[in-house]
Write a protein that binds this ligand. Structure first.
Ligand code: HEM
Length: 388
């Protein structure tokens, strides 16, 4: 696994033509080819993992376990629908599009602060704050709480990567407990004093419908905070870093903002912030010539699929004018679990890039390219030092 962590793109590139999947030392299998990843993400013979993943990783109970036991992203069938449906309206593409000017305003204010400083870590000062402020506004969380809930979200999200060890578990469990307590306290405050905001409506509707337990009500919000912050801050940083590493493409985008959606799409492909999704086989499933028995944990490697030469011409070339992207971007998953925040993430990424190219076209890297680490779950990024 250390070898895979050191050079995931290189190993996936070497394995993909020879093997449709590799056995992972955790006991799961890692599926490599785009066609299989796409097909198995929608195949009813596989299901979301429920609690199989935390149990496999040595987390059989407690607040971290509860995220898997009571959250939408690991749930199946009607349970999944009950947990997801209260959010579908809020995250609908049409309603998210209406937030675009507001998100642009957030990005402009942050960019002006960066300009005053001259040299900054763009992750800390820009790409993490756009999604954090937006999710706070959307859900109705106090902006003053951003440092607290983002710190907890980034800590808890480490559970999805294969790189944490048994010694990390107490910290992850503690963060999961604190994040749940934080959300529960905010909900209590809304129960006492409802407002005209998402949280108050969510509480009123779920309590009236009686379809979610109090813990489920809390956990879906915890997932929204994690999903809505960590993934997008990494993606926001990588798209800027990749463009600055390819100055001719940065300059083209500065000249022609019409290329921004294509640049966002290509950066999400080339260096994705989510490396894999997970499923469990319910019955025998063939991958290539091998038949997997029921009960196998299957990791669908988005990271490998997004560089599959069967789909993309010269997949290791970063090219914002690429025309071979599938209609549905694989980075947002597939089937009933396809990312509920896709429209929001795209608006945040597009506006974040549009503001930088417009206000700071002379932006350049002030250090080495940031390293995105990880070959599973949500990937990690350190810092992105830029000169404004
Ligand atoms: C670049 C940013 C993002 C990426 C790459 C991303 C990626 C993904 C992927 C791959 C899945 C599917 C998981 C699976 O099939 O098992 C997913 C699901 C999910 N995402 Fe995102 N996401 C992003 C942004 C967001 C945002 C902004 C939010 C919320 C505001 C969000 C909330 C969620 C939730 C709640 C789920 C679970 C959906 C379900 O199980 O029905 N994501 N995301």
């Amino acid at each position: 696994m250390a070898e895979l962590e050191a050079d995931p793109h290189g190993l996936f590139r070497a394995w993909r033509p020879r093997l449709p999947f590799v056995a992972h030392e955790t006991g799961s299998v890692l599926v490599l080819r785009a066609e299989d990843v796409e097909r198995l993400g929608r195949d009813p013979r596989l299901k979301a993992t429920e609690t199989a993943y935390p149990v496999m990783r040595g987390i059989p109970e407690g607040p971290l376990f509860d995220i898997f036991a009571h959250g939408m992203f690991t749930a199946n069938g009607t349970v999944h629908r009950r947990r997801r449906s209260p959010f579908t309206r809020t995250f609908a593409t049409r309603l998210i599009a209406a937030l675009r000017p507001h998100i642009r305003g957030t990005a402009e204010a942050l960019a002006r602060e960066c300009l005053m400083e001259g040299e900054v870590d763009l992750v800390a000062r820009y790409t993490s704050l756009i999604p954090a402020r937006t999710i706070a506004d959307l859900l109705g969380l106090p902006p003053a709480d951003i440092p607290r809930f983002t710190r907890l979200a980034y800590e808890v999200s480490r559970v999805l990567s294969y790189t944490f060890g048994p010694h990390d578990i107490p910290d992850l469990v503690k963060a999961a407990g604190e994040l749940q307590d934080y959300v529960a306290a905010i909900l209590d405050a809304r129960r006492q004093a409802p407002r005209d905001d998402f949280l108050s409506h969510y509480l009123a509707e779920t309590e009236a419908a009686g379809e979610l337990t109090p813990l489920e009500v809390v956990i879906q919000l915890v997932l929204m905070i994690i999903g809505g912050t960590d993934t997008t801050r990494v993606a926001g940083a990588m798209q800027v870093a990749l463009l600055l590493q390819h100055p001719e493409q940065w300059e083209t985008v500065c000249r022609d903002p019409g290329l921004i959606p294509g640049a966002v799409t290509e950066a999400l492909r080339y260096e994705p912030s989510v490396a894999s999704t997970a499923r469990v086989t319910l019955e025998e499933v063939a991958i290539g010539e091998t038949v997997l028995p029921p009960g196998v944990m299957v990791m669908l490697s988005l990271m490998s699929a997004l560089r599959d030469e069967a789909v993309y011409v010269e997949p290791d070339r970063f090219d914002i004018r690429r025309v071979d992207h599938p209609r549905l971007h694989p980075i947002f998953g597939g089937g009933v679990h396809r990312c509920i925040g896709e429209a929001l993430a795209r608006v945040e990424l597009e506006e974040g890039l549009a503001v930088l190219t417009h206000l700071i076209p002379r932006l350049r890297l002030a250090g080495a390219m940031p390293r995105v680490q990880g070959h599973s779950g949500i990937r990690r990024i350190d810092a992105l030092r830029v000169a404004c």
